[in-house]
Design a protein around this ligand. Structure first.
Ligand code: FAD
Length: 355
């Protein structure tokens, strides 16, 4: 069996690695380079915090576990289980969420302002949000997603996967072949569409109309004094996390909403930093050192779209938001489906044929 995976983001790379482990002849194609798409522009919070209903929560919890298991398997250091602190001015909603998550066996608790100061001594949460409630989620992580993707790609290559960069897929015939931009045709018994935000374009190549929304987002990388933040911190103004020694990644959905073709991304990043200084006063001398504008791939109803389609034998989709949380798991489950023909029950609510 010969399988072609289109897209070497965290998802396609994970699919290719698991197929190679299963003894399949696999070619992983990317129009540019591994981890050059959304995967390198992600906040990369590995979590199941806001995930409902229970089936989607369970999928994301398995995704968190799979990330940790894969890091143990492959070695390297790209997953940081630092825990996450959430500050909310809507105490009732936060308490309700914590209760629900605890009931589902998730590590979640409301903490006092004193405890919040112990968890994040570099923050000024009480000063910035005097009336807010705070919760802590000790099992959540952030990932260096590009490093994870490169690590998985190298592992896939080392067990026989062929990885081709600068290889843009311009046409496919499900179950038969893939056409590359340069005119080359590759035989393929199966094709996996893991093209992230370009997933709908690749789906059209096999005549499938896939509803996939694409929302812009912006991560700013800023310089920071060493160890100014211990873990992830979500606040009503800005979200922050460590991003390697001496740097933080900052982001907020209220800034994402202002992104358009005319938007000045430098100005938006400066606004993120201004907000971050209110939460972490030691960022006073910090600077924006990098912008990571990205596109979130979100299947029509907001949930993952993973598996084969009965009407299109030899064609599979692996498209989802929260792909950093879910990538390693989706990779293993989809590869098993390609190999055995049997979808995993965890994926039952997230099959492509619902669209
Ligand atoms: C601002 C922002 C914040 C986010 N925060 C989080 C978060 O906190 N937690 C989380 O889990 N997720 C988060 N996400 C979502 C997550 O980053 C994505 O779901 C994930 O990176 C998608 O990975 P992917 O492999 O599907 O896509 P990508 O990384 O985009 O990879 C797709 C690849 O396909 C290639 N490609 C496309 N078309 C073709 C073609 N025709 N031929 C060959 N190659 C092709 C591209 O070059 C690209 O490399 C966030 C996303 C954004 C933008």
């Amino acid at each position: 069996m010969k399988v072609v995976v289109v897209g070497a983001g965290i998802i396609g790379t994970s699919v290719a690695y698991n197929l190679a482990k299963g003894g399949v002849s696999v070619t992983l194609l990317d129009a540019t380079d591994p981890a050059s798409g959304t995967t390198s522009r992600s906040f990369a919070w590995v979590n199941a915090n806001n995930k409902t209903p229970k089936t989607y929560f369970d999928l994301n919890v398995s995704g968190m576990q799979e990330n940790a298991a894969l890091q143990r398997e492959l070695g390297g250091e790209w997953l940081y289980t630092t825990g996450n602190t959430i500050v909310s001015e809507d105490a009732g909603s936060l308490e309700k969420k914590v209760l629900r998550l605890k009931g589902w066996g998730y590590k979640a608790r409301i903490i006092s302002p004193e405890e919040a100061r112990e968890v994040e001594p570099g923050s000024a949460l009480s000063e910035a949000f005097p009336n807010a409630a705070v919760a802590h989620f000790s099992g959540e992580s952030w990932a260096d997603a590009p490093l994870a993707t490169r690590t998985i790609t190298d592992a896939a290559r080392s067990i026989g996967a062929e990885v081709r960069t600068g290889a843009e897929v311009v046409g496919t015939e499900a179950g038969k072949s893939v056409a590359l931009g340069g005119g080359e045709i590759l035989a393929a018994d199966a094709i996996v569409n893991a093209a992230g935000p370009d997933g709908a374009k690749v789906a059209r190549m096999v005549g499938r109309g896939l509803p996939l929304d694409v929302f812009p987002g912006l991560i700013a990388r800023v310089s920071a004094p060493p160890e100014v933040l211990n873990g992830l911190l979500h606040t009503p103004l800005v979200n922050l996390r460590p991003d390697g020694d001496g740097y933080l990644a900052i982001h907020h959905e209220t800034i994402d909403e202002r992104i358009s073709e005319e938007a000045d991304l430098d100005a938006l990043a400066e606004e993120l930093l201004k907000r971050a200084r209110k939460i972490v006063p030691a960022l006073e001398g910090s600077e924006v050192v990098g912008l990571r504008p990205g596109l979130r791939p979100v299947p029509g109803d907001g949930y993952s779209c993973v598996g084969g389609l009965p009407d299109l034998p030899g064609y599979y989709e692996a498209l989802t938001h929260s792909g950093v949380t879910l990538g390693p798991l989706v990779g293993r489950l989809l590869a098993a489906e390609v190999l055995t023909g049997a979808p995993d029950p965890l994926l039952a609510p997230f099959r492509p044929d619902r669209f």
